[in-house]
Design a binder for this molecule. Sequence first.
Ligand SMILES: Nc1nc2c(ncn2[C@@H]2O[C@H](COP(=O)(O)OP(=O)(O)O)[C@@H](O)[C@H]2O)c(=O)[nH]1
Ligand SMILES: [Mg+2]
Length: 315
Amino acid sequence: MVSIFGKSEKGESLFARFKNSVARTRSEFSARLEQLLTGDRPIDPALLAQLEATLLSADIGVSTTKEVLAALRRQVTEHKLSGSAALKEELKNQIVHILAGCTPSNGTQPSPAPEVIFVVGVNGTGKTTTIGKLAHRLRSEGRSVMLCAADTFRAAAIEQLDVWAKRSGVEMIKQKAGADPAAVVFDGISNAKAKNIDTVIVDTAGRLHTKSNLMAELEKMKRTASKIVPGAPHEILLVMDATTGQNGLSQAREFTGHVGVTGIVLTKLDGTAKGGIVVAISRELGLPIRFVGIGEQMDDLVPFDAQTYVNSLFD
Ligand SMILES: Nc1nc2c(ncn2[C@@H]2O[C@H](COP(=O)(O)OP(=O)(O)O)[C@@H](O)[C@H]2O)c(=O)[nH]1
Ligand SMILES: [Mg+2]
């Protein structure tokens, strides 16, 4: 069966939407870059230092910026870069290279139906909203989807997912608030399997009484899923909020260190002027960015593409 990530959107419409979502970053970043790299200013140490500060200001991250600058300095020393246009091109290439390095093989993975996707992350990052958008996206591609309300910690979370299920026209399996999340997973996947549903998306709690509880709970949900569908969950998407910047990274490590995350969804890219965080996150966690959230509406979820992202930031 074709994975949810098999389909990519290329071309103008995606470019336009990316460009919109990083508009705030671009207006600061590009303006500074433009000032640096216009005219026939020679590439000297002062210019490179200013370039370094510009990258840091977009939250691309200290280690990533150092790596990129080291590569650029090397090329300047070797006289491989002449002129600011060449420098800009090389800078773009470097960033695409970093992002592409974190992208695993996409596409078809032969797995028995249903495909199971866990969505994990800290509260408020946008898990439930992302699930609603993803369900809508898969539905519009003609796939059948079942949502599984396994964030049983708060009753409001179940109701919120229900609203999204109705909005995107998909089924949802739930139990009472306080129910064992693994039991809801069991119900949801069994039900989907019986009905031949293509994809099950599982909403999870972002917080329990303690962190170790949450990680143990996620482990139990994973075991339950794999008992019903061998190989499940096929994807574990970690949702991160772009507006929390570098702070989000330490929280993310809790999840990546414990639950085997396969990809990142970066939400609220529309709400930050530090869109460079995409690069920092992907590199620091060594995980691909699968989707970015660019608003609160159903259509505001865009598959991530490194080259398109970099073009929309620079051009
Ligand atoms: N601007 C913007 N808001 C978002 C995005 N994704 C989620 N939100 C908002 O973030 C808030 C928390 O989202 P929610 O899905 O409840 O987070 P959860 O606690 O992780 O399930 C809600 O107000 C959402 O509308 C996004 O991509 N852009
Ligand atoms: Mg939620």
